[in-house]
Unconditional design. Structure first.
Length: 329
C-alpha cells in the first residue's frame, strides 16, 4: 500500500493503461506540457509524446468529435473536459453519437471513449464552473457513469473505464484531487456496478458518491456519539448501479438517506429513491429522505456556496429526521 493523492491515482491509471495498450491516448485543452488546469496529466506529455497526449484548441465539440471518430477506428481516447459544465458544448457528440453508436450499428461498432468530467465546486468558482451534472449523463442510454470518492477507487475505475467497450463518463470532483488515501501497489480494474461500504451501521443507510461521501462519514461519526449507527454506502458506480448492494444494506437498516452535491430536483438521488421504492419497499421502515444541493445556480460568494451544498451538519439532521420517523407497520 502507498498513500497518494486522488489526482496521482488517476494519473497512474492513465499512464499504466497507455503503457499496456498503444491505442490509448489523451486529448483535451492544456493537457500537454501544462499538465491540465488541475495538473492531473502533468508529465504524461514528456513521457508519451505529443502524438499520444494531444493538446487541442478550446472547442469541446471538436475534442469529443475527434475522440469519437478515433474510437470508431480502433483508438481508446481519454478525453479531459476540464470543467464538466462545458460538456454542454459537446452534448451532440456525447449523447447522439458516442452513446448510440453500438445500438444504431446493431453491435457492429462501439465507441470506447473515456470522458473525464471534472465536476463539483472548487471554492468560489461560481455558476458556470461548479455544476454537478452526473444525472444528465446517467439519463442517456448507452453511457456508463462512475464517480469515485477515494484514490484507490479513482485508479481502479479509471482503468475499468479505459478498457470498457462502451463510452464511460468518469466524474472527478475538484476538491478531491488533493485528498490522500491508500492505494495498492497493483491495482486491477474495478468491475462497474459495485458499491463500496465506506462505513458499517445498523440504523440508517446513507447512499452517496464523490465528495459528499466524506461529509456523510463525518456526519456518521457525529451521530455515533448520539447512539445512532449509520451505514455509508459509496455508490461509486451510477450506471450501472448496485441494486443488490442497496438492498443488502437496507435489510440491515430499513431507512434510507440519499446525499449528493447536485441540485435535488432531477438529481440522480431521485433514481436511487425510485429503485428503493420499487425494489426494496418491503424493507423500508420510513420515507426516503434526500439531502442535496439547493435548486439554485451555484453562488460565487464562499458563504453562499457553503449554504447551498450538503455538509455534515445537514446530513446529520437528515438522519435524525429518519430516526425520528414513525415506523411503518
Amino acid at each position: 500500500m502507498r498513500t497518494i493523492t486522488y489526482a496521482a491515482a488517476i494519473a497512474e491509471a492513465i499512464a499504466e493503461e497507455m503503457e499496456r495498450d498503444g491505442q490509448v491516448f489523451l486529448i483535451g485543452e492544456d493537457i500537454g506540457e501544462a499538465g491540465g488546469v488541475f495538473g492531473v496529466t502533468k508529465g504524461l506529455h514528456a513521457r508519451f509524446g505529443p502524438d499520444r497526449v494531444l493538446d487541442t484548441p478550446i472547442s469541446e465539440e471538436a475534442i469529443a468529435g475527434a475522440a469519437v471518430g478515433a474510437a470508431l477506428l480502433g483508438g481508446r481516447p481519454v478525453v479531459e473536459i476540464m470543467f464538466s459544465d462545458f460538456a454542454t458544448l459537446a452534448m451532440d457528440m456525447i449523447v447522439n453519437q458516442a452513446a448510440k453508436t453500438h445500438y444504431m450499428t446493431g453491435g457492429r461498432l462501439t465507441a470506447p471513449v473515456t470522458l473525464r468530467l471534472v465536476t463539483g465546486t472548487a471554492g468560489a468558482t461560481a455558476a458556470q464552473h461548479s455544476q454537478s451534472l452526473e444525472a444528465w449523463f446517467a439519463h442517456t442510454p448507452g453511457l456508463k457513469c462512475v464517480a469515485p470518492s477515494t484514490p484507490a477507487d479513482a485508479k481502479a475505475l479509471m482503468k475499468a473505464a479505459i478498457r470498457d467497450p462502451d463510452p464511460v463518463c468518469v466524474f472527478e470532483h475538484k476538491q478531491l484531487y488533493f485528498s490522500k488515501g491508500e492505494v495498492p501497489d497493483e491495482v486491477e480494474p474495478l468491475p462497474l456496478g459495485q458499491a463500496r461500504s465506506a462505513r458499517e451501521g445498523g440504523d440508517v443507510t446513507i447512499v452517496s458518491w464523490l465528495k459528499t461521501v466524506q461529509e456523510s462519514i463525518r456526519a456518521a461519526e457525529q451521530l455515533a456519539e448520539e447512539g445512532v449507527s449509520v451505514e455509508v454506502l459509496d455508490a461509486r458506480s451510477l450506471v450501472p448501479f448496485d441494486r443488490e448492494g442497496l438492498r443488502s444494506s437496507l435489510e440491515k437498516t430499513g431507512r434510507l438517506l440519499i446525499v449528493h452535491e447536485a441540485p435535488q430536483r432531477g438529481g440522480f438521488g431521485a433514481e436511487v429513491a425510485a429503485i428503493a421504492a420499487e425494489e426494496c419497499f418491503d424493507l423500508l421502515q420510513a420515507p426516503v429522505v434526500r439531502v442535496c444541493g439547493t435548486n439554485t445556480p451555484m453562488p460565487y460568494a464562499p458563504e453562499l456556496e457553503a449554504f447551498v451544498i450538503p455538509d455534515a451538519a445537514r446530513i446529520a439532521d437528515g438522519v435524525r429526521r429518519l430516526v425520528g420517523a414513525e415506523v411503518r407497520s
